[in-house]
Design a protein around this ligand. Structure first.
Ligand code: SF4
Length: 328
């Protein structure tokens, strides 16, 4: 494995399609995702390398420690022993309502709608779990919500729910927004960042119908705010779908104060609310991304000093057994 991968002819051929019409098709992007093989690197990880051509093309692959490349290239540090658990939140054995359906807070339920992603983020909280997790069943989810009158929000997560076809996404969203007790259905997806062409006009219009769909995504670096991402953000905002952002604080990627301030300001400019900055979860295999609580506090103070409230996210940790996000 290397931080400076050597692209194979097939990878170069795929990336050379940047100026072709098919590049803008999300199905083409998913069908041509790149794996470790295309980067000429060995991948022994149970959590494989997978990246869309679109996101791979944002990386400077000849630059060591490139902040985009580091988010998808497998790094040797992932295999070093550490003191963290592969499943700190007990997601495989959690007190689940049913397979793939989990309730941590009284007013919301989370469902694993899909178990794959178009791009695997090396810092993913579920990096050790996606293969072992179970996909939720929609009828079971609807019954679980109805049986719990305190639930007013459903988070559709994964994996990435937006990797499913439009009909499937709409089947789930419509079944849930039809429940009078539901105020919001949150689609938790990184597609605005790694596959922005997924948000076609037809899909966005259909999702906007209920007026109760929210999108939650994860921009981590200002270079991810491309014209394509901007177009997607505008389409969602213009149709009245609120988008909020939850960055993960990643050492050497976005922990420089100016980098994060630029990201937050750029998000606000594109009508994406900078909502949270999360410290890395206590999961094994991501120690090389971990920052200290001290540096996160310093970052928070810098953002408070330099950004207005609407552009200033909360800096939080998600701790196992906590009943809410913990502010730093
Ligand atoms: S898109 Fe989300 S679930 Fe998928 S690898 Fe990235 S962080 Fe994990």
């Amino acid at each position: 494995m290397s931080r400076l991968p050597k692209l194979t002819p097939r990878a170069l051929e795929i990336l050379a399609c940047r100026d072709t019409p098919e590049w803008h098709s999300w199905q083409w992007q998913v069908a041509h995702t790149l794996s470790a093989k295309e980067f000429g690197i060995e991948d022994h990880s149970a959590f494989p390398l997978r990246v869309t051509p679109y996101y791979a093309a944002l990386a400077e692959l000849t630059v060591a420690e490139d902040p985009i490349a580091r988010q998808f290239l497998v790094a040797p540090e992932e295999f070093l022993p550490d003191d963290y658990s592969p499943d700190p939140f007990g997601e495989t054995a959690h007190a689940a309502i049913a397979p793939g359906i989990k309730q941590r807070y009284s007013d919301r339920i989370l469902a694993m709608m899909n178990l794959t992603c178009s791009t695997y983020c090396r810092h993913c909280t579920r990096r050790g779990l996606l293969g072992a997790a179970c996909r939720a069943d929609l009828d079971t989810l609807v019954a679980a919500v109805k049986a719990r009158p305190s639930v007013r929000e459903v988070l559709l997560s994964g994996g990435d729910p937006l990797l499913l076809p439009d009909e499937e996404v709409l089947r789930w969203v419509n079944a849930l927004t039809a429940l009078p007790q539901i105020d919001a259905v949150r689609l938790c997806t990184r597609t605005p960042v790694v596959l922005p062409m997924r948000w076609t006009d037809a899909l966005v219009k259909a999702l906007a119908q209920s007026g109760r769909v929210w999108v939650q995504t994860q921009f981590n670096h200002p270079r991810e705010l491309t014209p394509e991402a901007e177009q997607t953000a505008a389409r969602l905002a213009n149709h009245g779908i609120p988008v909020s952002n939850q960055s993960v604080l990643l050492r050497g990627i976005n922990d420089a104060h100016e980098t994060m301030a630029t990201l937050c300001a750029g998000l606000q400019r594109r009508r994406i609310r900078p909502y949270y900055i999360f410290l890395c979860d206590p999961i094994s295999g991501i120690n090389h991304f971990r920052t200290t609580a001290e540096s996160a506090r310093a970052l928070r103070q810098y953002l408070l000093n330099h950004l207005g409230g609407l552009a200033c996210p909360r800096v939080v940790a998600d701790l196992p057994d906590a009943t809410h996000k913990t502010d730093l």
